[in-house]
Design a binder for this molecule. Structure first.
Ligand code: PLP
Length: 398
């Protein structure tokens, strides 16, 4: 928590607004929309709830297909099942670990050939990094397929606009000289946009593990005020405007508490500091592990600026002489938690038998990928400990 959250919660208690509506909710929605780059926002009980309402808005029906990134957390895809629709997965590309635009085009064209035009695309912005929006937006527009952006892990990231972001923040660890001159020129000349603000709508999460948190919570953001208004209606049990309780549609209990919204407002104020801290973790690891053979960091795509929500690496067993699992276990022995990169959805038992376009890239990232400890509050001593355990795995190889 930052310096402001407790004060805002105290304000909420003093006003006795302890409900899933109230002035903190309204204020958080406005402040979040400003930061998320959209006209409106609905703050909700979770990011998963936000995705569910986005699919409701599109009227996704039983048996219809919805495309989704395969390398992600299951919450990206579960709401497709809530509506008894059919998830179809799309592989990642190497340069961003996010959805491969070429695979997306292939998936859409093949779906149309099969007489199953996808009803929507759920695009995930993974580990704090924006997907390559331009070609994905163009492909969706060409086929008139709505784009839902899952930006649960990417609040604070930018697509383009790297230079602006650098100016507004104190520390900078990736010098622009690391980019080729042409790319650097493109990045600096084009204003940045927030992932989640480009498609029909986007979702954010304030779950405990995200870059900012309200303990649990999420949001649906969009430039379409009608969509947001309808989402709020469904999220508060779909109460028709009447003095008595009247309902003509299925409702949900998905609204965020006024108390949690107060926390969210305080957290938004420290978002930039959190981004700095996460990027500083990554820079530390790069500096102290960058020389290890066969260890590679998740690339930061040239078109944007990642928050480095998590610092992720891959360990190539053929080159390093060790492997992901050995390193993970060595860390676990020292009571340091590190987890494999997301297990792709097309490999999950719950999604067995579902179609996936490509898959080899995300499968390799899962086999070789490790998320290092990445909390915003890690101390240098803690980072040093992680580094020394990881380095030992290279030393002890046969
Ligand atoms: C956390 C997360 C979600 C779900 O958000 P909740 O608020 O926990 O429901 C969805 N997608 C991705 C990619 C996430 O990391």
């Amino acid at each position: 928590m930052g310096p402001d959250e407790l004060g805002l919660v105290q304000e909420t208690f003093a006003s006795n607004w302890i409900a899933p509506v109230g002035p903190q909710v309204d204020a958080f929605e406005q402040e979040l929309a400003a930061r998320a780059g959209t006209k409106s926002a609905a703050v909700l009980s979770s990011g998963t709830a936000a995705l569910h309402l986005a699919l409701r808005w599109l009227g996704v029906q039983q048996g219809e297909e919805v495309l989704c990134s395969t390398l992600t957390f299951s919450a990206s895809a579960n709401p497709i099942l809530y509506e008894r629709a059919v998830p179809v997965f799309v592989d990642s590309d190497e340069r961003s670990w996010n959805m491969d635009p070429a695979r997306l085009a292939e998936a859409i064209e093949d779906g149309m050939r099969r007489g199953k035009k996808p009803k929507a695309v759920i695009l995930v912005h993974l580990y704090g990094q924006s997907a390559d929006l331009d070609p994905i937006v163009a492909t969706c527009a060409q086929h008139e397929i709505p784009l839902i952006e899952d930006a649960a892990e990417a609040l604070g990231a930018v697509y383009f606009g790297r230079e602006e972001a650098q100016k507004s923040q104190k520390k900078e660890d990736i010098p622009p000289s690391a980019l080729s001159p042409q790319l650097s020129a493109i990045s600096s000349s084009r204003p940045g946009v927030a992932p989640g603000s480009v498609g029909l709508c986007g979702i954010h999460s304030f779950n405990g593990n995200k870059i900012i948190t309200t303990s649990s919570g999420g949001a649906l953001v969009s430039n379409d005020a009608k969509l947001i208004e309808k989402a709020k209606f469904w999220a508060t049990q779909a109460r028709d405007p009447a003095p008595h309780y009247q309902h003509s549609e299925v409702g949900f209990n998905y609204r965020m508490s006024n108390v949690l919204a107060a926390i969210g407002r305080g957290q938004l104020r420290v978002l930039d500091q959190r981004v700095d801290a996460r990027r500083a973790n990554c820079a530390y690891y790069q500096k102290h592990l960058g020389d290890l053979r066969g260890l590679n960091f998740m690339p930061e795509a040239e078109y944007g600026r990642s928050t480095r929500w998590l610092t992720c690496v891959t360990i190539d067993p053929a080159i390093s002489g060790t492997d992901r699992e050995a390193v993970r276990l060595a860390l676990a022995d020292e009571n340091i938690e590190a987890r494999p990169v997301w297990k792709p959805m097309h490999l999950q038992p719950i999604f067995a038998g579902t179609r996936c376009y490509g898959g080899a890239v995300s499968e390799r990232l899962f086999t070789d990928g490790l998320c290092l400890p990445s909390g915003s509050n890690l101390t240098e001593t803690e980072l040093e400990r992680v580094v020394s355990v990881v380095r030992k795995a290279w030393k002890s190889r046969s």
